[in-house]
Design a protein around this ligand. Structure first.
Ligand code: NDP
Length: 453
């Protein structure tokens, strides 16, 4: 069978098995870009690698019940999707958000396989979480939920089997409550969770890693085109972990980030986002971007309900480059056309799959545009999680500079590997093809070596 027929047959099998549009979108992006390597090397088809890869090794689904402050029972669904252990223990974050379902976690877990492979470190791919909504919950409710979630999750994770981390709705506070419960249930004080607090096993620079890594990657991408970040005006979406540390590193690189957003609206601050104010509002007060606008003269807040239908308002701001750092499918074809006509010439994805397939096609079709896809550009977070695991297993703690230096080197390697692989497969400059093929090859070759298991 030709490579393209093979790919189409696999995508068709996904459609037949279940109605999972988000997973299908992620699989389409990856599989379509593998055509050059599947044409060149028949062994992957002979060993049914794609057939295996699109099915998680294991899916754990469980009921989570916790007591709210009024003494009432609350019930949520919990999941852990253990997608691939070809390259190491399962690794990937936990998301707490009302939109969490199996479709969403399969997309995230699938992406994670190739992203983790690209880092060059030993990690399999997984993702998990719950449809629990942390918004509006008290501190005690968050703690009780995390403990109840861990009661089930602890049965399927471990320092050498599966090591979860944070994601949307899961930051240092939640990791702390989950780690405490894990320790109590199992008696182990080990590196089973990453993103831990600094005085109990966490790694310096882990908090900053995804945002910093995304900017390091962008810097490499622009340098290759004989450009740089210095003086560039940047639009950033989101206002959580990834957005905040993207903004911090952009300033360090001489760029000017001018936007932030959340699900209620976005802020345009033409003078540049005030990083200290943003950290105070988001990390200390756990507030909203509207609070930022109230506290900052000249910052303009636009509510999401005022966005032009079917678009994301944050992308209407003129900029040189954009860093989608909130959530999946937050940048569509119309958004990218607006960005492009306003002068934007690069996008680096801090979030997972923030651009729709049509938006990606548009970016790749422009000769003067540079696109850093998520699985390469935002791999710094998981890479640093693995550095945390290394420190835990040797009972050591490295300095911030040491971890940051390793992160920087990993991001350079990811860029070079993606860039060179794209060139090797005759798609020079196409980092979607380059990163997907480079990530896939390592995983697929390991699967062949391991036999049919
Ligand atoms: P946080 O929970 O810290 O922040 C998420 C931000 O995105 C919030 O500002 C949130 O606003 C906003 N957001 C979420 N959903 C929507 C939506 N539907 N519309 C508009 N805004 C939304 O998460 P992170 O910063 O950790 O994660 C952001 C993205 O980066 C995710 O795609 C995640 O998978 C990805 N990522 C994260 C890594 C990490 O190390 N943390 C590593 C690699 C990727 P609101 O408060 O209104 O929900």
């Amino acid at each position: 069978m030709s490579a393209s027929s093979y790919i189409n047959a696999i995508l068709e099998s996904i459609k037949i098995r279940a109605n999972e549009p988000v997973f299908l979108q992620a699989a389409t992006e990856v599989l379509k870009s593998l055509e050059p390597i599947l044409s060149a090397e028949k062994k992957y088809q002979e060993h049914a690698i794609l057939e295996q890869l699109i099915i998680p090794e294991k899916i754990h689904t469980f009921r989570v019940i916790y007591c709210d402050d009024k003494g009432k029972a609350n019930v949520n669904l919990g999941y852990r999707v253990q997608f691939s252990s070809a390259l190491g223990p399962y690794k990937g974050g936990l998301r707490f958000h009302p939109s969490v379902n199996l479709d969403l976690l399969k997309f995230l877990g699938f992406e994670q396989i190739f992203k983790n492979s690209l880092t060059g470190l030993m990690m399999g791919g997984a993702k998990g979480g719950s449809d629990f909504d942390p918004k509006g919950k008290s501190e005690a409710e968050i703690m009780r939920f995390c403990q109840a979630f861990m009661l089930n999750l602890s049965k399927v994770i471990g320092a050498t089997t599966d090591v979860p981390a944070g994601d949307i709705g899961v930051g240092g506070r939640e990791i702390g409550y989950m780690f405490g419960m894990y320790k109590k249930l199992t008696g182990f004080y080990d590196g089973t969770l990453t993103g831990k607090g600094l005085n109990w096993g966490g790694s310096l620079a882990r908090t900053e890693a995804t945002g910093y890594g995304c900017v390091y990657f962008t810097d490499e991408m622009l340098k290759k085109a004989k450009q740089g970040l210095e003086g560039k005006v940047c639009a950033v979406s989101g206002s959580g972990n990834v957005a905040i540390y993207t903004i911090e590193k952009l300033y360090q690189m001489g760029a000017k980030p001018v936007t932030i957003s959340d699900s209620n609206g976005f802020v345009y601050d033409k003078n540049g986002i005030d990083l200290e104010l943003l950290k105070e509002i988001k990390e200390v007060k756990r507030g909203r971007v509207s609070d930022y606008a109230k506290a900052r003269k000249d910052a303009v807040y636009t509510e999401a309900k005022a966005y032009k239908k079917g678009t994301n308002g944050v992308w209407s701001v003129p900029c040189d480059g954009a860093f989608p750092s909130a959530t999946q499918n937050e940048l569509n074809l119309e958004d990218i056309k607006t960005l492009y006509s306003n002068g934007c010439r690069f996008v680096s994805e801090g979030a997972n799959m923030p651009s729709t397939l049509e938006a990606i096609d548009f970016m790749l079709s422009k000769k003067d545009f540079h696109f850093g896809p998520a699985k390469a550009a935002n791999a710094g977070g998981v890479a640093t999680s693995q550095l945390e695991m290394q420190q835990n297993s040797s009972m050591s703690q490295w300095s911030f500079e040491e971890v940051d230096k390793k992160l920087h080197k990993i991001m350079k390697n990811i860029f070079n590997n993606s860039y060179e692989t794209a060139k090797e497969f005759k798609h020079a400059g196409n980092l979607v093809v380059g990163s997907n093929i480079a990530g896939f090859k390592k995983v697929a070759d390991a699967m062949i070596d391991h036999g049919y298991i």
